[in-house]
Ligand binder design. Sequence first.
Ligand code: FPP
Length: 248
Amino acid sequence: MVENILDQIDVNKLPNHIAIIMDGNGRWAKKRSLPRVVGHEYGVKSVRLVAETAAKLGVKHLTLYTFSKENWNRPQLEVKAIMTLLVRTIRNEVKTLQKNNIRLKTIGDIDSLPADALRELKEAMELTKNNSRMDLILALNYSARWDIIQATKKIATDVLNKTIDVNEIDEAMISKNLSTSCLPEPELLIRTSGEYRISNFMLWELAYGEFYFTDVFWPEFDQNAFYKAVLDYQKRERRFGKTSEQVK
Ligand code: FPP
């Protein structure tokens, strides 16, 4: 089955950047009468599998919405458990990232993360900085509106300091000041677990992104599910405001 779907994928038409809203860990656990945290633990297995699958396929950038600004409002025990899982996962996986030539990056307000998480992340990013097969980007303490606000403040400061003129502000300048400036815009956004929302994720960058929704809970999202999303993307016609005839 996996082979069949894989055979249909055109490796010359892959999205360069895939972003994923990993959702459904809690409901996956609840369905099995397990604590929510166990759902997150199984979610890490999917992270590993999807990162490996994307790299093997030839995707160059994979961004995972791992922890949003809004996620701090969850029960404190769950927040703590996710942070512990983050530290443990990075510590355990950094060798695999190295072996597979994957570079770890982050987007978001990482300086406000707990000190041990920040330290672990910085070490892993430093260690993998010269890897070139794929970028694995974790969105951590991220929200798109936060990013747009901090970019606006930087640009406003430049205007005040007369480094730039207000008329120079354009799309490229805004993109350059976002925490995603090191990345191309995602061509494909995947959201799992049957929710149809963008949840404050890459609002600017997804202006022309293709959205793919699946009912599969994140802990069950496997190679097959990933290939299906890519295949669905490859069937779309991306028009960027033009007509069908113009883009043919
Ligand atoms: C969404 O499911 C999941 C999260 C907000 C946390 C994702 C975190 C991990 C998979 C663990 C750490 C990851 C890495 C990359 C090391 P949910 O809890 O919102 O599920 P629900 O909607 O069913 O409640």
